[in-house]
Write a protein that binds this ligand. Structure first.
Ligand code: FE2
Length: 274
């Protein structure tokens, strides 16, 4: 069984679980057969840990808040990193604490092992935005992206995606839905986007397996998100023949795996600007 479809939750609604090492975590989505998972990890002030053991899967991370030094390099908010399995990397310490979004790869995943996968350390705010390659059917969102990682052997891409404010076509416009042959995963860093499942604000998260029809998406005030496409380095979109109404104002109707705690589906109030 593959990773389950969850679309979408606000991760603020998920409780922290304390780990034996003193850090806390929220496991958002996981493969039931391997230890592949996506989680938020909160390291307390003063936390230190040695390099990742050889038997641990590769660790891909994005700093959400605070600052942490990993392998001697300071990683502030929006730093991105990839630590291949077996690389003897991952020694970390934080003076004031840090919160990381972590994509943990399965133990033994050949595309995430040292020798095949490169270690990566990027301070993403310093990267230029790429505005060159978007599908004309998404022109209303005025998208730009920063590619953070292209996995070996077409194993998946990780990227930042931003859309400008006023990304809503005129009232009465209809848009097609979309589908991919690969999975999609998203964490909303800032701003908000409307989907048929409701309004994804900051902290929203989804994991969407291949073959799920989704969208359309529009955004009133813009957004910034980190996305992954596990199973493909290039996104190929199949558009539906039928058109759908704009999802502005759609009530929150999440798709949740069986057994998801009720609390996870709490609704978040829209951010207020004043
Ligand atoms: Fe998509």
């Amino acid at each position: 069984m593959a990773r389950p479809h969850i679309e979408f939750i606000h991760t603020q609604c998920v409780s922290w679980t304390r780990r034996a090492d003193g850090a806390e975590e929220k496991v958002l989505n996981a493969d039931p057969l391997t230890d592949e998972a996506t989680l938020i990890v909160r390291y307390p002030p003063g936390y230190r840990a040695p390099a990742n053991p050889k038997g641990n899967g590769a660790e891909e991370f994005f700093v959400l808040d605070g600052a942490i030094t990993i392998d001697g390099e300071a990683r502030r908010a929006h730093a991105y990193g990839f630590l291949p399995q077996g690389s003897a990397l991952g020694f970390r310490q934080t003076e004031h604490g840090a919160v990381l979004l972590v994509f943990r790869h399965a133990v033994g995943n050949p595309d995430a092992m040292t020798g095949t996968a490169d270690a990566i350390a990027i301070l993403t705010p310093a990267m230029p935005w790429d505005v060159s390659t978007y599908d004309p059917k998404l022109i209303h969102l005025r998208l730009a992206r920063k590619v953070l990682r292209l996995g070996p052997n077409n194993s998946g891409r990780t990227f930042l995606l931003t859309g400008m404010a006023h990304g809503v076509p005129p009232e009465g416009t209809t848009l097609p839905a979309e589908m991919h042959d690969h999975a999609e995963e998203m964490f909303m860093l800032q701003g908000a986007m409307w989907a048929p499942e409701g309004r994804m604000g900051a902290g929203a998260y989804f994991y969407r397996p291949p073959g799920i029809l989704h969208g359309p998406h529009v955004s009133e005030h813009g957004f910034l998100q980190i996305m992954r496409s596990p199973g493909a380095n290039t996104i190929v979109t199949h558009w539906s023949d039928t058109q759908k109404a704009l999802p502005v104002g759609a009530p929150y109707r999440p798709i949740l795996p069986e057994g998801t705690p009720v609390d996870w589906a709490c609704t978040m109030p829209p951010e207020t600007l004043w």
